[in-house]
Design a binder for this molecule. Structure first.
Ligand SMILES: Nc1ncnc2c1ncn2[C@@H]1O[C@H](COP(=O)(O)OP(=O)(O)OP(=O)(O)O)[C@@H](O)[C@H]1O
Ligand SMILES: [Mg+2]
Length: 389
């Protein structure tokens, strides 16, 4: 077992047509701990696959170092890196059975040629027994033991996915690399396979780098999440830390559905404690969080609040700290979701989305008093988009 270290990793492509340079991965530094499940997430084109391919050895680095354990592997060929990959388009061999699909790579790797096998029959038999045991163990664990004789075309999408996983597991790698391995599955199967992958990781404890552009997948699966944008790492931390303490507007807006509300505002002086004034309403932050705002008095900022931190006052009366954070808004749309209701609100020229208790009496076209949770408020620098609070 081993961790993976990315040190000042860069990849610059030259566009074959325009000859322009694309900085696909820009000075990436991440320490993936031994046994960790790290999710690499970000919008399309941000460099996730490129980063993963460099770890796999399928893409040369422009500069920087990749370590697996203590070993720098930049010059180690892919097959000697002791990693296994599962990609979105995990092609299974259509003419081979599930068993043969899982055995094929192992045999190539573990068994020298036929001539050797004929002169070392005892050893060859031992290796074959070992391969057989690995396949039986993995297929039992993945619940595909009853499918070993079938061809891929006689399997469901989810079963094929598990065969692809099985093929990677039997390699007993030090590191798993997975690039959107669930994206071919329908919604229900995705959720199910997601849980299976987590169980698998718990059981095997193999260091895993998992690429997705799906923030829900990232939040539910990652022990830590690395958020990338335009080749640059934005923040790497636990899911809850990213959710509650995003370092900038990009991370704040990327994680969570519906996304965090952003409203242009000003920091204004209010006795000793500055407050945030959006023009339409004001938000008072708890004292501990206003220190950083002192430097922004009189300046434009962006106020951020997550939908679940705006409450229907009739159902969630304000705490003492939020007595001044009650805002009368207009209700545009009410979407009952069952366990809660998503309401679309306007206040002056601002629009807000709130997830309120399903018992809400909010009516489309009518006013509603909401409470903004000042302790969950975020404030960003308007120019740099970095978090101030
Ligand atoms: N071989 C290549 N030549 C030139 N540019 C490339 C090459 N491969 C990737 N790129 C560019 O590098 C950037 C990063 O691509 P990459 O495939 O790593 O993105 P990604 O984050 O995996 O996106 P997606 O979520 O769509 O899979 C993109 O701008 C892409 O166009
Ligand atoms: Mg990709």
């Amino acid at each position: 077992m081993a961790g993976v270290t990315l040190r000042n990793l860069n990849k610059i492509f030259t566009d074959p047509q325009s000859k322009k340079e694309v900085h696909a991965v820009n000075d990436l530094n991440i320490d993936i701990h031994d046994g960790e499940f790290l999710v690499l997430v970000g919008p399309s084109g941000c460099g996730k696959t490129t980063a993963l391919r460099m770890v796999a050895g399928l893409e040369e680095t422009t500069s920087g170092e990749i370590l697996i354990g203590d070993r720098v592997v930049n010059d180690v060929p892919p097959r000697d890196r002791n990693i296994a990959m599962v990609f979105q388009n995990y092609a299974l061999y259509p003419h081979m059975s599930v068993y043969e699909n899982m055995a094929f790579g192992l045999k190539l790797r573990m068994l020298p040629g036929l001539a050797w096998q004929l002169t070392h029959m005892g050893e060859a038999a031992k290796i074959k027994t070992d391969i057989d045991k690995r396949i039986k163990d993995a297929s039992a664990f993945l619940d595909i033991a009853h499918l070993l004789e079938r061809k891929p075309k006689a399997l469901s999408g989810g079963q094929r996915q598990r065969v692809a996983l099985g093929r990677a597991i039997v390699r007993e790698p030090q590191v798993f690399l997975m690039d959107e391995p669930l994206s071919n599955l329908d919604a229900k199967l995705r959720v199910q396979t997601r849980a299976e992958l987590i169980k698998l990781h718990r059981r095997l404890g193999i260091t895993t780098i998992y690429v997705t552009h799906d923030q829900v997948e990232a939040m539910t699966m990652g022990q830590r999440i690395a958020v990338m944008k335009d080749g640059l790492l934005q923040q790497c931390d636990t899911p809850l830390k990213l959710y509650h303490e995003p370092v900038n507007m990009f991370v704040a807006g990327f994680l969570g559905t519906p996304s965090m509300n952003f409203v242009e505002a000003q920091v204004v002086k209010n006795g000793a404690r500055p407050l945030v004034d959006t023009g339409a309403f004001q938000v008072h932050l708890p004292e501990a969080r206003t220190a950083a705002l002192q430097n922004y008095v009189g300046k434009s900022v962006v106020f951020g609040i997550r939908p679940e931190d705006i409450h229907d006052k009739a159902l969630t009366p304000p705490s003492a700290a939020d007595l001044d954070n009650v805002v009368r808004v207009n209700v545009d749309v009410v979407e009952p979701m069952g366990s809660l209701s998503t309401v679309y609100l306007t206040s002056g020229s601002h629009t807000l989305i709130a997830n309120v208790d399903a018992e809400t009496r909010a009516k489309e076209g009518a006013p509603l008093d909401v409470v903004i949770d000042g302790s969950a408020a975020h404030v960003f620098d308007k120019e740099t988009e970095q978090a101030i609070v």
